[in-house]
Design a protein around this ligand. Structure first.
Ligand SMILES: Cc1cc2nc3c(=O)[nH]c(=O)nc-3n(C[C@H](O)[C@H](O)[C@H](O)COP(=O)(O)O)c2cc1C
Length: 457
């Protein structure tokens, strides 16, 4: 059989992910795995229709398709996402329809779930027969078990093609409304004096709903806010994954991105991201902007601020993107003040929601309100912390310095209060009588500290 492998690594074949594919190829020599460097060649694929068509021909001629990609910032790399957008822009969906498919990623498991949900949904939208994913830790292949489960998974995929196994769609098709937002005039009454409010907007069309939402949001305030259209920033391309920035946060690109960020994105009190939905996420351009932020490593560009999102499109139908939005705010050590979409299809309602968000941003920024993090921020922090402490210490030396100087290596081994208490109790309950006594008291004892707070504070 012939399997087309869509390589999502911007590094082309000098890629960790590709080694997984090569290992599979070695163990299944009876099948051909045709590697297509999507992310590495995206500029050629986008600029020249012949190159795009050549990729599509490979898909048409294949018995199955593997989406093989590295995790990039909650998702796939922006270059890969751009290719996914080109499929519908160029009307090439038919080539994918009814093809057996699966997804293989390598990562450190930081939001591999959201990346796979995304790719799965894209496959469903293309009418493909999706059989499953394999989310390899980038070092999975070094263990006997890792190699063995990888091959089992690959064998299952090949068998599914051969046996024409049944596959079910997991993501319902998106329903778009054709609503054209007609904003009313903003009141200009929300007092934002002394606050820096900035909008990073993805505006391709000045007559779009998102352009109108950004304008109407700006009009809610008493003082001018800053709006940057990411389409106008000099960004030459997506992150190349060379990780040369790891030592000192110096990006190899010589375009305007880093200057833009350092001059404009280091002092705001409120940052609003605004953009339309493209397929199952924001646009590849927005993704490119966010991937390139990796020059700063695993360190947020700006912490302790209010973050909001204006989204045009069916966000309420894409729980995965909602999760990424919440996670972006929490991993940035920021507070998600709110999200406004145009889904109500009612201009007055959108106006009211924008005013409400504007008011909240100002109130929260003045009060320096930070909601507690959910699992998304707590779990994400622990993955980064452990990785930067050990396996990513090199080459991410700049991250290590930041984590060390900001007290982010907050391992529980240092938590003396809990350790001492737990150790004492652990010893105590070795005695059956004490154990029985503690068992009876545990419910009431557990809330005593809380009760004291309620009584005294
Ligand atoms: C720009 C960039 C962003 C990344 N984002 C993530 C991420 O969100 N989650 C994760 O687990 N790993 C992330 N990684 C790590 C890569 O996914 C991982 O190293 C992968 O194995 C690289 O594969 P490749 O060599 O095939 O490109 C990121 C790496 C880079 C360079």
């Amino acid at each position: 059989m012939k399997v087309a492998v869509l390589n999502g690594s911007p590094k082309g074949e000098i890629s960790v992910t590709v080694q997984y594919i090569k290992f599979i190829q070695k163990k299944f020599p009876q099948h051909e795995f045709k590697l297509i460097n999507i992310s590495h060649d995206i500029i050629k694929i986008e600029k020249n229709r012949k190159n795009f068509n050549a990729v599509i021909d490979e898909i048409k001629n294949a018995d199955g398709v593997i989406w093989a990609f590295p995790l990039y910032v909650f998702l796939v790399a922006s270059q890969y996402k751009r290719f996914i957008e080109l499929i519908s822009e160029n009307g090439a969906e038919e080539a994918f329809k009814d093809k057996y498919t699966c997804a293989l990623s390598t990562s450190i498991h930081f939001y591999d779930n959201t990346a796979h949900n995304y790719v799965h949904a894209v496959c469903d939208d293309l009418g493909m027969k999706y059989t499953g994913f394999f989310s390899a830790d980038m070092d999975e292949i070094f263990t006997d078990n890792g190699r063995s489960i990888l091959l089992k998974w690959a064998a299952d995929f090949l068998a599914a093609i051969e046996n024409k196994s049944p596959c079910a769609r997991a993501h319902a098709p998106l329903v778009y409304n054709k609503f054209a937002y007609k904003p009313g005039k903003g009141s200009g009454k929300i007092d934002n004096s002394g606050l820096k409010i900035k909008v990073l907007a993805d505006i391709e069309d000045e007559n779009s709903n998102i352009a109108a939402m950004v304008k109407r949001f700006s009009e809610a305030f008493s003082h001018k806010i800053e709006v940057f259209n990411i389409r106008n920033i000099d960004i030459k391309g997506g992150c190349l994954g060379c990780i040369q920035c790891g030592f000192d946060n110096i990006c190899i690109y010589k375009d305007g991105y880093v200057d833009f960020v350092n001059s404009n994105m280091r002092d705001e009190d409120v940052l609003i991201f605004a953009g339309p939905i493209r397929d199952r996420f924001l646009s590849a351009r927005m993704k490119m902007y966010s991937d390139r932020g990796f020059f700063n490593g695993h360190v947020p560009l700006r912490t302790g601020i209010q973050v909001g999102f204006l989204v045009a499109g069916p966000l309420s139908q894409i729980g995965n993107l909602q999760e990424v939005i919440q996670a972006m705010a929490e991993m940035g050590e920021n507070n998600l003040a709110g999200v406004v979409t145009d889904e109500s299809a009612d201009s007055k309602q959108v106006d009211a929601l924008l005013d409400n968000l504007a008011g909240k941003c100002v109130d929260y920024a003045r009060e320096k309100y930070m909601a507690p993090r959910t699992f998304l921020g707590e779990g994400g922090h622990k993955i980064f912390r452990d990785a930067i402490w050990a396996r990513l210490h090199f080459p991410f030396a700049a991250d290590y310095r930041y984590y060390e100087s900001h007290g982010l290596f907050d391992f529980p081994q240092q938590d003396q209060r809990y350790l001492e208490f737990s150790n004492q109790m652990y010893e105590m309950i070795k005695d059956p009588k004490m154990k029985e006594m503690v068992r009876k008291m545990i419910k009431t004892e557990m809330i005593k500290g809380y009760q004291k707070i309620v009584e005294t504070k």
